[in-house]
Design a protein around this ligand. Structure first.
Ligand code: ZN
Length: 287
């Protein structure tokens, strides 16, 4: 009798290499050649209030230092910083499919980002998708068979507008004739421990989302839990959703940029995904 196949474990682990700390799914990288990573504020060259691994141009940091930080991160993973593709991130629910024509959009300056969108999707190799965060929920989707990745900016407005579902739909649209094999990763973001909201927002969310007992705790909203619900509704099996642990950006402000904890002026950590190389079948099958 054949042994039952154990499901693969794509857990995020916390790593520190050359003074840079980040979360990564090691098994996904080793087995499938797909990079999924969430950076922290640890490492890099930016000074206060952007200290020190600020990866975003739009926050007022010295652009030369941002470029240096992006280079430091890209070097860890064998990526070229000039090929990064970025979204404008306007709290919309719009998604862009990234092709070779988009390589480098937003890589070297703020102006070049893909406009009006908060999620990027690609099935092309060596095009790193990179979005930036300081409390909002970063979500990365991976389709394992066709090898598609998506990076999603899940602020409360985007989550309300179902940016996660829209991105998942776009991923599946690139591979419509087959059942998608979706994985999802949820990165560092403000937890329900710290995301206090006003009554109006709590009421608006309660009208929009069911099961409020699972995501509304007094005057605090658990955005990550809502993101999880939306992922499941979008076809990601619950066991395929991996989240970093103990990674509230506000509670752990020494490790993460937090818009709320830092009083508005701060840097941004990145959620990055890239299809690096063909899968390593030996490692991929070692489940
Ligand atoms: Zn917290």
């Amino acid at each position: 009798m054949r042994p039952l196949q154990q499901p693969a474990n794509y857990d995020l682990t916390f790593e520190t290499v050359n003074g840079i700390s980040y979360y990564i799914s090691k098994h996904l990288l080793e087995g499938h050649g797909i990079l999924v990573t969430f950076t922290t504020r640890i490492g890099g060259v930016s000074r206060a209030p952007y200290s020190s691994l600020n990866l975003a141009f739009h926050v007022g940091d010295d652009p030369e230092l941002v470029l240096e930080n992006r280079e430091i991160v890209c070097n860890l993973f064998g990526l070229e910083p000039a090929r990064i593709v970025c979204a404008e991130q306007v709290h919309s629910n719009e998604v862009a499919i990234v092709t070779k024509r988009d390589i480098g959009k937003g890589a070297l300056s703020l102006g070049g980002t893909i406009k009006g969108v908060d999620a990027l999707v690609t099935d092309q190799r060596m095009i790193p998708l990179s979005l930036y965060f300081a409390d909002c929920v970063p979500v990365i989707l991976v389709e394992l068979q066709k090898r598609i990745v998506s990076v999603i900016h899940g602020g409360w407005r985007g989550i309300y507008g179902n940016i996660i579902g829209n991105a998942a739909k776009t991923v599946v649209s690139l591979w419509p004739e087959h059942p998608a094999e979706l994985l999802a990763f949820i990165g560092p973001s403000i937890g329900d421990c710290c995301f206090q909201v006003g009554e109006d927002l709590a009421r608006t969310f309660s009208k929009r989302f069911r099961n409020s007992e699972s995501w509304l705790h007094g005057d605090r909203i658990d955005l990550r839990e809502i993101a999880r619900m939306q992922l499941v509704e979008s076809g990601v099996p619950a066991p395929n959703i991996y989240a970093c642990e103990d990674c509230c950006t506000s509670c752990h402000n020494d490790s993460f940029f937090s818009y709320r904890a830092d009083g508005g002026t701060t840097g941004r950590q990145a959620a990055m995904a890239a299809i690096l190389r063909k899968p390593n079948s030996q490692v991929a099958n070692r489940q």
